[in-house]
Write a protein that binds this ligand. Structure first.
Ligand code: NAG
Ligand code: NAG
Ligand code: NAG
Ligand code: NAG
Ligand code: NAG
Length: 455
């Protein structure tokens, strides 16, 4: 018998490709051979970002199949992309599997795919190969999707995903309630795109039943109630990004190091780290209230101000702000988030609490101030504030603004009231212990590897 051989099929979006690659690298490290199947379009970009195939370990092979579009077609046109994926990729994948089966001594033992590529599970079953679905984000979101048929039955959403009743929805007695207005697919805005995404989700939850394993990049310590209610989902994470390949590991330039050098000079647990990801845009008033709120704390802060965070960044600051905060506040157009969050000078993290940032903050024992932005991020906020109790949410005033006083008060409350930092450190310890050989995620991962090898 040959070496255990896994075929990995990511969803075609750069973020998802990188995540499945991370998982694939963990398997390679455990002595499993991986053939990684990208679309031709993604393959080219992956090879470019790795600066050649030389950086890929021997046990990992990068191959590609067409996605059905021409190289010049717009892949942001989700409708077109989805249709051609369903039309073209299954047959191409089947052909690839047959070819590998005929030409290689190491037969495919198992197929692993992103949960959003459910059709690949069907192909695996058709070809008599074991199938695994991987969910890279919060298990709560997957649980919500599995509940869609019930939500339709209960008249909360219609069969196209549109919300009919605005209400709190309780998936199980212990899972935090979610506001139906914040369902992921219902927040897209454009009805055509919503329809396509909803259709794909429906298809995926049907094919998910074919999976022999459903593994999640989350941990029992973070989402206890979800994993208790859905025992078929197994947490193996959070797999942190230290497993990235080549350049994707992030080589830090001198500009980034500056910001770490600045942190070195600040007292332990004194700095407010402020960062909003790449999509948030503030209007002038909100931008200024945030600036003044930070100023009024009298604490050092590191604020990542992207050039497009507000319409006119150069004139956007309150009058005299930059002079007054000199030496204490550092404004930076980018910061290496992981090293910043793990720096001992950082006291708290103010941001929109996307799932990545949330897990990164948790893994470093940093308490949060949650700034609402995207509707679906409210769930992260309820995890942070209501479940784990390691942060506070910022509230809008009557004018829909988060005022400077609110910013100042909540920051002060977070750093002075006893308990937040202690609970954050406690949660960090639990999550990290879970990843050890004898922890829950560690054990699940090892059993998973054993199952792959035991064919
Ligand atoms: C989360 O992190 C992954 C890996 O770094 C990245 O590819 C993805 O785009 C991130 N997601 C968001 C919403 O930032
Ligand atoms: C691989 O080939 C063997 C015969 O050599 C066949 O029995 C098996 O079904 C094939 N599997 C796939 C996935 O094509
Ligand atoms: C801001 O610019 C970054 C690149 O610098 C881009 O990725 C992001 O989409 C932009 N955001 C908005 C809201 O325009
Ligand atoms: C957290 O927010 C992100 C958006 O950044 C969203 O994709 C994810 O579903 C949210 N997680 C939960 C558990 O709601
Ligand atoms: C797992 O989640 C963490 C936090 O969101 C992220 O940084 C990491 O890249 C993810 N890894 C995989 C393999 O999905």
């Amino acid at each position: 018998m040959g070496i255990p051989h896994v075929l990995a099929i990511p969803y075609t979006a750069q973020g998802h490709v990188l995540l499945l690659m991370e998982l694939a690298l963990c398997l390679v490290k455990s002595g499993i051979k991986v053939t990684f199947v990208n679309t031709e379009f993604d393959h080219k970009r992956v090879i470019e970002s790795l600066s050649g195939e030389g950086n890929v370990p021997d046990m990992m092979h990068l191959v590609s199949i067409p996605d059905g579009l021409e190289s010049w077609d717009d892949r942001n046109d989700l409708g077109k992309l989805t249709k051609t994926i369903f039309r073209v990729m299954p047959a191409k994948l089947e052909a690839l599997m047959e070819k590998i089966n005929e030409s290689e001594t190491d037969k495919i033992t198992c197929l692993i795919t992103d949960e959003s590529m459910g059709w690949a599970l069907e192909i695996a079953k058709k070809m008599g190969v074991r199938a695994v679905a991987f969910w890279p984000a919060a298990a709560a979101v997957s649980a919500l999707e599995l509940n869609i048929p019930k939500l339709i039955h209960d008249g909360i959403i219609d069969s196209s995903g549109s919300v009919l009743k605005n209400q709190m929805v309780q998936l199980s007695p212990t899972i935090l309630a979610m506001d139906s207005a914040h369902f992921v697919w219902a927040c897209i805005g454009d009805p055509t795109t919503q329809g396509i995404i909803f259709y794909v989700i429906l298809k995926n939850i049907r094919t998910l039943k074919l999976a022999d394993w459903i593994i999640c990049n989350s941990s029992n310590e973070l989402e206890t109630s979800v994993f208790n209610s859905y025992p078929e989902m197994l947490p193996i994470g959070p797999l942190l990004s230290s497993n990235r390949l080549g350049k994707l590991v992030g080589s830090y330039g001198p500009k980034d190091l500056d910001c770490l050098v600045w942190l070195d000079k600040q007292p332990v647990q004194s700095v407010i780290y402020v960062a909003f990801g790449s999509i948030t845009v503030f209007d002038q008033t909100q931008f200024q209230e945030l600036a003044l709120g930070l100023e009024r704390t009298n604490m050092p802060f590191l604020w990542v101000v992207r050039r497009n965070l507000t319409a006119e960044t150069d004139n956007a600051y309150p009058k005299g702000f930059k002079e007054r905060i000199q030496g204490r506040g550092r404004l930076s157009s980018w910061a290496p988030q992981q090293p910043v969050l793990s720096h001992p000078s950082v006291a708290c993290f103010l941001g929109h609490c996307g799932w990545n940032s949330t897990v990164e903050g948790v893994s470093n024992g940093v308490p949060f101030l949650c700034w609402p932005y995207f509707a679906d991020q409210f769930t992260n906020r309820s995890y942070i504030c209501d479940d784990w109790k390691v942060g506070l949410g910022l509230e809008k005033d009557g004018n829909g603004i988060i005022a400077q006083g609110e910013v100042k008060n909540k920051i002060e409350q977070l750093v002075t009231v006893k308990g937040y930092k202690e609970r954050a450190l406690d949660l960090k310890a639990k999550v990290m212990n879970s990843l050890r050989e004898d922890g829950c995620s560690g054990k699940n991962f090892n059993n998973f590897v054993k199952w792959i090898k035991d064919d």
